[in-house]
Ligand binder design. Sequence first.
Ligand SMILES: [Zn+2]
Length: 277
Amino acid sequence: MPTDINEVFFAAVGDVHGHMNQMVNHLRHSTEVFHRQFDFILQVGDFEPHRDEADLATMAAPAKYRHLGDFEAYHKVRRGFPWPLYFIGGNHEPYGYLDTHPEGFELTRHCHYLGRVGVMDLHGLRVVGLSGIHSEEAFRDARPPLSAQGSCSNKVFTYFNERDVEQALELGHADVLLLHDWPSGIVDPKDAAAFQGQRRSFSHDSVGNEYARLLVDALQPKLVLCGHLHRSYVTEIQHPSGKKTSVHCLASVEQGREAYGYFGIRNGSLLTWGITN
Ligand SMILES: [Zn+2]
């Protein structure tokens, strides 16, 4: 139990999909287990902060997944986030709203969007985030302007592109990297059976994307957090430089405890509690 943590203590959360109340309740319970408040919360996309139906209309998703969710109450300040929360965009977001500030912004108190490519200093931790997912067809193209929303598919706004990746690479280094989809090449062949025929990928070696991996290899963060596949997986990448990256892929909030990870920094070292409650 990290009861003796007197430096930084934070939680990471997988895909929320508008279930902010469930997320806050779970995190509140965790603070009771740990006897410690969080300094901040990091979230890996598919947060779904819809203020209203107009925002929801700008999300790329089949009709059965279109729900307004809990965010409206937070936006109207009927509810609040107890700790500062920082999120990136996934592939299910109201990009008509988020892209009004592609450099990131505070949506409501304690709720910050990191932008298409963002960097924040949080208690001395350099946190870098890349929003969106990869599409080989869309990768070289510029994103259409926000004014094109409605006249083109919502999907085109869900992709990161070459310029975003270059911008993230220029940041040089990170302590924590937030990605929506997984980096490629992280699933151990011994876990292959568990990835056979799963949602969004058909075998363990087709999980993730090479540009996310490129960022991990270049920025060499202590910690990578990602979501998207709605399953948890923890692994480590050893870089030729001798540095190590701990990779925590998180399940979705609706799936329960595997959507959460708990971390601390003490004397510059990353401490991990994984899933403890
Ligand atoms: Zn999701």
